[in-house]
Design a protein around this ligand. Structure first.
Ligand code: CAO
Length: 579
């Protein structure tokens, strides 16, 4: 056995990267190409594959560490080296510096980050040649809507693959968007001219195909599939391809995200291909490969990694859940519910198709998943907030001095935190196998925010440790970021309970849907002056309608009654909040 130290390879231009995933345990068997760890720069995510078969011994870095080219990151005991030789002795140590990619090699590149670009229009490999039956064509990157080069984050085909028109060849990622590049032709891949980590621009060569049919059909005019809330713009400036060199997709391409607050433009060209949703997915190549092998649709898999990244474990857990039939991963899968029939509405009058934003798609999937999985009960009550409102209004002058507006939502969030502490059943989640409760000893409250792009839920962390001024300031910052589309994934994670306030909009009451795996959500409607009997007479009181929906698997009616009664008491006399 030979001890080999793995170092950070060429990062393709990035000076430093973060270690975001350490998936192995000492003693794990690794094969050549198995991912040892995952690095991430601000632009791309890269797996560092094992150069040899052997036993993983240890990591030399921690998750979250920042590393640069040449830093030692892991150690393996090699039983079979890259060239197939046996390791010579147990204590013999060798440092694996870099794993260069041979552009002419037909084997998979071992190192994903790489600066060298193999696009060379003069290369014999990309020269076209025609024969009577079969023709070689060079596939190129279509107009990507920018002059900048973008990263290749995944090469989805290998030499020898039979590729159908519309199949994804590459996944490209810019700072703002990820796009799948579908094939414009059906054919056999005879050469791949790019590697993961390359930077490509419009018109760069991607692969050489032996074309079975070189006439692109409808799918060939399909744009690379970018993030759902990107816009589509006409490719007026698409480069004229050389003879026998064709853009992988020669049609309009989805450009980077629309300006904050601007709704996405309706598509200029209707997509007809089976566009993969990979562009909306935050996952590395190794995870994508496993998902492809298992037939898992990654858009259905919640990511538990940093910034919502999908990890290998997330894919395994998802498969496990589906196999146990404890999850409803898609609209009609597993639920046994007949689908709503498709209707041609144009037969009844003029219509227009408006694409859902990315947020709207995610919300739809989450709502359906939660509605189907969670047995909901909703309990109603009204809180007398007459004194609370008087107190809140008395803070106006002080708030102006501090530059903070105190709205009822700040008191509601603070009161919910106190009610969670008094009723810890509401600060739990059910484990995914349904065997355990996960009791949380932190108190993070999500706040539903209505935005032009859809519903988002930023999370106010450690509410129990914050006062009304701090909570109020955080509400306005997070609500503004939500409306501008500037929330980070971290700002939307970790919630224990959600507050959905429609008080400023109106209504007497509504039944909110639990934001599972949380077990409770409070819906707040518009306060109104109502006559209240005080024992001797009716008095006008400001009453706030509350609706508490809960997951009846985790919460019983008694728990909910106590939670609601306590909450109403706190809001009716906020002196209790100080206790
Ligand atoms: N009853 C009466 N008035 C209320 C109220 C209530 N329950 N809640 C807030 N108001 C008042 C506020 O006092 C404020 O009035 P003043 O300016 O006169 O003081 C006004 O309504 C506007 O409040 P706001 O909306 O600016 O601030 P907020 O803190 O009340 O709410 C936020 C912040 C982010 C929760 C809210 O803007 C929002 O987006 N709500 C929608 C949530 C949603 O869509 N839920 C549904 C999810 S399920 O589809």
């Amino acid at each position: 056995m030979t001890k080999q130290t793995i170092v950070v390879p060429d990062l393709g231009g990035a000076e430093t990267v973060e270690v975001i995933e350490l998936g192995l345990q000492p003693g794990d068997q690794v094969e050549v190409e198995d991912s040892l760890l995952v690095l991430e720069s601000d632009k791309a995510t890269m797996d560092v594959p094992s150069p040899a078969s052997g036993i993983f011994t240890q990591y030399l870095v921690a998750e979250g560490a920042t590393v640069k080219v040449g830093d030692a990151i892991a150690e393996i005991e090699v039983s079979v080296s890259v060239t197939g030789e046996q390791g010579s002795s147990a204590d013999e140590s060798e440092t694996i510096e870099q794993f260069a990619v041979d552009p002419d090699s037909e084997s998979e590149p071992r190192l994903e980050p790489k600066t060298e670009n193999h696009n060379d229009n003069a290369s014999p490999a990309v020269e076209s040649s025609a024969s009577d039956a079969l023709k070689e064509l060079t596939i190129q990157v279509p107009d990507i809507g920018s002059d900048d080069k973008v990263d290749v984050i995944e090469v989805c085909v290998a030499v020898g693959d039979e590729v159908n028109e519309g199949d994804t060849l590459l996944v490209l990622e810019s700072d703002k968007a990820t796009m799948d590049v579908p094939s414009s032709h059906t054919g056999k891949v005879v050469k791949i001219l790019v590697a993961e980590g390359d930077k490509l621009g419009t018109g760069d060569n991607v692969a050489v195909f032996e074309v079975i049919s070189d006439a692109p059909s409808s799918a060939a005019s399909t744009a690379p599939a970018a993030a759902a809330d990107t816009e589509i713009k006409p490719a007026a400036s698409a480069p004229a391809p050389a003879a026998d060199a064709v853009a992988a997709s020669s049609s309009p391409v989805r450009a980077p995200q629309p300006a904050p607050g601007q709704p996405a433009q309706p598509p200029a060209v209707k997509s007809t291909s089976p566009v993969a949703s990979g562009s909306e997915i935050y996952a590395g190549p190794a995870v994508r490969l496993i998902a492809r092998e298992l037939g898992v649709d990654l858009s259905q898999v919640p990511g538990s990694g940093p910034r919502g990244r999908i990890l290998k474990d997330d894919v395994s857990n998802f498969v496990k859940q589906v196999m146990q039939n404890k999850a409803a991963p898609a609209a009609s899968a597993g639920s046994g519910i007949p689908p709503v029939p498709a209707v041609d509405f144009s037969q009844f009058g003029e219509i227009e198709e408006i694409a859902l934003s990315k947020i709207q798609k995610l919300t739809a999937a989450n709502m359906q998943r939660n509605w189907l999985n969670v047995p909901h009960v909703t309990q109603f009550d009204d809180a007398d907030i007459t004194e609370l409102e008087e107190f809140r209004k008395s803070l106006k002058a002080e708030g102006e001095k501090r530059g903070v507006k105190v709205t009822p939502v700040a008191f509601l969030i603070k009161a919910v935190a106190a009610a969670l502490q008094a009723n810890p059943e509401f600060n739990r989640s059910l484990s995914s196998d349904g065997q355990n409760f996960i009791q949380k000893h932190y108190c993070h409250i999500g706040m539903a925010v209505d935005t032009p792009r859809g519903l988002v839920v930023p999370v106010i962390k450690n509410v129990d440790k914050k006062g009304i001024w701090d909570i109020s300031a955080e509400i306005s910052v997070l609500a503004a970021k939500a409306r501008d589309g500037k929330l980070t994934p971290a700002e939307m994670q970790g919630g224990c309970f959600t507050l959905s306030s429609l008080g400023a909009i109106g209504g007497n009451g509504f039944t909110p849907i639990v934001n599972s795996p949380e077990v409770g959500i409070l819906g707040v409607s518009k306060s109104q002056i109502k006559p209240l009997w005080n024992g001797t007479e009716f008095t006008p009181r400001l009453m706030l309608p509350l609706a508490l929906s809960y997951d009846h698997r985790a919460i019983n009616g008694g728990d909910a009654g106590r939670f609601m009664t306590y909450l109403v008491q706190l809001l009716s006399d906020i002196r209790y909040l100080a206790l």
